[in-house]
Design a protein around this ligand. Structure first.
Ligand code: NDP
Length: 247
């Protein structure tokens, strides 16, 4: 599965799952734009790691929830690289809390980053993909968007919304040979899950048939398949990578 000559943009590529996706796509030959919002140091580390492995990458800072910033960044990318072949909408945040106590700002920031961010980036990237009549978009959703998760009404709504968004855009873009799919991680070891206490982690593991948390590389492998030539006939789907937690 090679991606030589392809240009990929990975939002939230500086850490966790996004970082693993950047490294995986670059190792397959893609030129990767590693997006970050605040941690340029972490994004630089990803770029260095890719270059150490013989790949090519550039870092690009923008807030996916800021429509003007997204437009500007994608213009810059197209100017430099002349194309965008792959977009991975991975940037995501959580602001957990029971609904009764959830602040409107926590609802808005989670919906803005996780869902509206995918809207802005997909719209910007699809312009060049449509001209080229080819492209791949992968949206990183979550098991929470399917099973629901207490304390995550905002996050579950955003992630479920992303699934509907994926299906609608898959239909809209199919005639232009652009596929749009979701990858839905279960519990993956990253800073997001490190924040959970030991007791909560044990409780979660007891509900996973494979009884372990996944690694960021497990998600990167699913994305690699969907954006490769091997995945060309798959669109509007969700690939669940969760140790059997949700079937
Ligand atoms: P991390 O918290 O480890 O990393 C989040 C990444 O998103 C960082 O690179 C961060 O950039 C970036 N980011 C956050 N907000 C923005 C923004 N507004 N604009 C641009 N970039 C932003 O997250 P994970 O790796 O754990 O999660 C990645 C994706 O996978 C998310 O969509 C998450 O919802 C999903 N997911 C994760 C699961 C898990 O178990 N970890 C389970 C299910 C889904 P910076 O470094 O600059 O802060």
């Amino acid at each position: 599965m090679r991606l030589d000559g392809k240009v990929a943009v990975v939002t939230g590529g500086s850490r966790g799952i996004g970082r693993a996706i950047c490294i995986r796509l670059a190792s397959m030959g893609a030129f990767v734009y590693v997006n970050y919002v605040s941690r340029s140091d972490a994004a630089e580390e990803v770029k260095k790691e890719i270059e150490k492995l013989g790949g090519q990458a550039e870092i690009i800072g923008f807030d996916v929830a800021d429509g003007d910033a997204v437009q500007q960044a994608f213009k810059e990318i197209v100017k430099k690289s002349e194309s965008i072949d792959i977009l991975v909408n991975n940037a995501g945040i959580t602001r957990d809390g029971l609904l009764a106590r959830m602040k409107e700002s926590d609802w808005d920031s989670v919906l803005d980053t996780n869902l509206k961010g995918a809207f802005f980036c997909s719209k910007a990237a699809s312009r060049t993909m449509m001209k080229k009549k080819s492209g791949r978009i992968v949206n990183i959703t979550s098991v929470s968007g399917f099973a629901g998760n207490s304390g995550q009404a905002n996050y579950s709504a955003a992630k479920a919304g992303l699934v509907g968004f994926t299906k609608a855009t898959a239909r809209e873009y199919a005639s232009r040979n652009i596929t749009v799919n979701c990858v839905a991680p279960g519990y993956i070891e990253t800073e997001m899950t490190d924040a959970l206490g030991d007791e909560v982690q044990q409780q979660i593991k007891s509900e996973i048939p494979l009884a372990i948390f996944g690694q960021a590389e497990d998600i990167a492998a699913a994305v690699a398949y969907l954006v490769s030539e091997d995945g060309r006939y798959v669109t509007g789907q969700t690939l669940h990578v969760n140790g059997g937690m949700y079937m």
